[in-house]
Design a protein around this ligand. Structure first.
Ligand code: Q5B
Length: 264
């Protein structure tokens, strides 16, 4: 019989060999005819399955809420400086994206990992937070530069409201809120931030939707899919900032001497 030569690449999410491209086996025409949105496309290409409407809506809400947070955050700042140095769209975009990490926007996966582990092991918020402190690790998903107890992050409230209305269970989010209640006794700005809200609520989506096995959930959390939501979302804003600077014909950025402490 025929012997298939060994391939150099294995791919399981999309196929463009037929009459039309397919995402996880779903033809493009069907995606359009069924009125699928970007949340459905993410479900197919990232999770390799169609998810219920409330799940795809949640994904789309995450994307919309994280698309931008003004020009002063790390990502936008880098993008603005790069665009003003005369660099192209892709360079300006990636220079902003490269700031996404454990302090800025990229704490979603670790928030999910630590909240899941602490919740599933039955740790009280006190035990969890204090054990993190002993290890010298900041609680991912907690703390914000400009948000605090009296100026809570509206994005977090909107995500929580949606999930409380549509999710079958919000046990991980409620755990994160209990952690926040404890951290707020330590400092005013140790609120549950947008990374922590998405991280904990995505655990609820994975566990409560009935669409994922326990093994699949563990793999998703271990691989770390969720920072992808922030990366994807913030790309929208970073591209906007690039166009904005070009449109405004902004000159090369130079940081003012007065704002640098020169010391020996
Ligand atoms: N302390 C976010 O810190 C920030 C603590 C903590 C225990 C914590 C910090 C942090 C975890 C990472 C995280 C996502 C760096 C944030 C985002 C998207 C964004 C951004 C935007 C957007 C802020 C003062 C004292 C110190 C610290 C203690 C702070 N955080 N202890 N657990 N999590 N969080 N990142 O204000 O005793 O004095 O040494 O790393 O979740 O990125 O809008 O800006 O959409 O663009 O700089 O929303 O919380 O405070 O570093 O001076 O710390 O608080 O140990 O204690 P700050 P620091 P001590 S959302």
């Amino acid at each position: 019989g025929k012997v298939r030569a060994p391939t150099h690449i294995i791919s399981t999410i999309s196929d463009d060999r037929g009459e039309e491209p397919c995402y996880a086996g779903v033809p493009m025409s069907s995606i359009i005819e069924k009125g699928f949105g970007v949340g459905d496309v993410i479900s197919l290409l990232w999770f390799k399955r169609s998810l219920p409407r409330y799940c795809t809506q949640f994904i789309e809400i995450c994307i919309m809420l994280c698309a931008d947070h003004g020009p002063c955050v790390s990502g936008a700042h880098n993008t603005i400086v790069t665009a003003r140095a005369g660099k192209d769209l892709v360079s300006s975009l990636v220079s902003g994206l490269l700031t996404i990490g454990p302090r800025f926007g990229g704490a979603i996966d670790d928030a999910a990992r630590y909240f899941k582990d602490a919740h599933d092991r039955g740790l009280t918020p006190y035990e969890f937070v204090e054990s993190m402190k002993k290890k010298g690790i900041r609680v991912p998903g907690i703390g914000h530069r400009i948000k605090n107890r009296d100026n809570k992050d509206k994005r977090v409230e909107l995500l929580q409201k949606f999930a409380r209305t549509h999710f079958p269970s919000v046990k991980y989010m409620e755990y994160a809120v209990q952690v926040e209640t404890y951290t707020l006794t330590k400092a005013n700005n140790l609120v549950l931030n947008v990374d922590g809200a998405i991280g904990s609520l995505f655990l609820d989506l994975l566990a409560g939707s009935g669409m994922f096995s326990k093994q699949e959930i563990d793999e998703i959390v271990e691989i770390g899919y969720l920072n992808g939501l922030f990366v994807l979302a913030r790309s929208i804003g970073l591209i906007g900032h690039t166009f904005d600077q070009k449109r405004l014909k902004q000159p090369l950025y130079r940081h003012p001497w007065e704002d640098v402490l020169y010391t020996k």
